[in-house]
Design a protein around this ligand. Structure first.
Ligand code: PMP
Ligand code: GLN
Length: 416
């Protein structure tokens, strides 16, 4: 039988993770994951759950979320969304934020519905929307230089054309996906931008799917603002979080959604028929870690506060190394990715033997061969029509041990 899907379904993750396995780059700054240990109390919590005297901690647990975990999530998020979250009806635990996205999109988008997607965007949104029968309506963030900031570009330079955004809303719009803090630019959407989105959602009766997996990784003085807290938005917002990003355990693949019970219900219906229940010892460990962090929430030791502080020197080190090697980095206000413009290096690197259609694929592959530093091509995060907007960039992940960042810096400098 012929395959159902065409070559248009190629995944940047499948391709670049394989490249990393095949070529073992000296510095892998591609896929986003920390290459250091999470704190001991997190891994000890998993060991304790798996070897607990309670034999049920290694068996199936409640389908919509292990009771201890949904209770701790309710405690964590209730004050942050100014609601008294009901752990039974307003929270759903999922296999990573990926499944949270899947249940929210499949649970709400029908044939003929339109979903507004801000690009660059986490690539799976597109597949999920189209498989649900919906149509993605894209609007790009574009880097707009600010004359007041000289040559220093930051993620805040990536701007939305608000009139264009408004023009996309109509009676077919079912949902807008808002990823703030944003992957891959690191942009933290401003209050003003979010206010406009909130007004449009209310005017056109639209659901906001708030992908906030990097919520704990915002660098001072920027602050994360939750769409669910805007007046009139709790009723129409589904918010997504991820333990992987929160506690540097991406391999634990546990995420969640919270929101009003009627919308969460639609997500639970998808979940109960596709996954049914998530991993019990992992959920137990995350619950106990959240309880531990809540007990020291307002101290600098709290991991939810300390990780973003640890990332700032890594970000600055990488930005400097990139500048010294001829890139123009766009300094992120959040997250663990940096977009860097490589167009000034075009004369230094011969891409003619690389076969890929998009220049950033050709660049990142050749650059990895010449420097042994692996990065990702951001055009993968743009719709077909807008891929050119990503072609001059490479995405660098900086949640790595300092010695790996130093290796990357040295490799790039020697090459330059
Ligand atoms: N959304 C965004 C914006 C992401 O970067 C990621 C990273 N994997 C996810 C969702 C999925 O997260 P998880 O690993 O928890 O499935
Ligand atoms: N969110 C991570 C990234 O953007 C991992 C994505 C993935 O594994 N598909 O790199």
């Amino acid at each position: 039988l012929p395959t159902r899907y065409g070559t248009g379904e190629k995944s940047v993750w499948v391709e670049y993770i394989q490249l990393a396995l095949d070529h073992k780059p000296k510095a892998n700054l591609g896929q986003g994951f920390p290459n250091f240990y999470p704190p001991d109390h997190i891994t000890n919590a998993l060991a304790a759950a798996a070897t607990s005297k309670n034999p049920l901690l290694n068996q199936y647990t409640r389908g919509f979320g292990h009771p201890r975990l949904v209770n701790s999530l309710a405690k964590l998020y209730s004050p942050l969304v100014c609601q008294n979250l009901n752990p039974q009806t307003q929270i759903l635990v999922t296999i990573g934020a990926y499944e949270a996205l899947y249940t929210a999109i499949l649970g709400h988008v029908d044939r003929g519905d339109e979903v507004i997607v801000i690009e660059p965007y986490f690539d799976c949104y597109e597949f999920m929307i189209t498989r649900a029968g919906g149509t993605a309506k894209y609007i790009p963030l574009k880097p707009v230089p600010d004359p007041n900031c000289g040559n220093n570009l930051t993620s805040a330079n990536w701007k939305l054309d608000m009139q264009h955004l408004e023009s996309l809303f109509n009676c077919c719009t079912k949902m807008i996906i808002l990823n703030t803090p944003h992957n891959p630019t690191g942009k933290v959407f401003t209050m003003e931008e979010m206010q406009v989105i909130a007004c449009l959602c209310q005017k056109f009766n639209v659901i906001c799917l708030a992908d906030e997996v990097y919520e704990w990784l915002v660098f001072e003085p920027k602050q994360h603002v939750k769409m669910a807290t805007f007046p009139g938005m709790w009723e129409r917002t589904l918010t997504i979080g991820s333990a992987g990003k929160m506690f540097s355990v991406t391999g634990w693949k546990t995420g969640w959604l919270y929101g009003p019970a009627n919308l969460i219900y639609n997500c639970t219906v998808v979940h109960q028929n596709c996954v049914y229940t998530c991993l019990t010892p992992i959920q137990e460990a995350i619950a106990s870690t959240i309880e531990y962090e809540l007990a020291r929430f307002n101290t600098p030791e709290c991991y939810l506060r300390s990780l973003s502080k640890e990332l700032v020197p890594k970000r600055d080190y990488l930005a400097n190394a990139l500048k010294e090697s001829g890139f123009i980095p766009h300094i992120p206000d959040s997250g663990y990715f940096m977009m860097a413009d490589w167009s000034k290096l075009a004369d230094k690197i011969d891409l003619s033997k690389e076969k890929d259609e998009y220049a950033d694929y050709r660049f990142t592959k050749k650059f990895a061969k010449e420097t042994s530093v692996l990065t990702l091509p951001p055009s993968a995060f743009f719709s077909k029509k807008s891929k050119k907007l990503g072609e001059n960039f490479a995405r660098f992940c900086f949640i790595k041990q300092d010695e790996n960042l130093a290796t990357a810096a040295k490799q790039m400098k020697d090459w330059f």
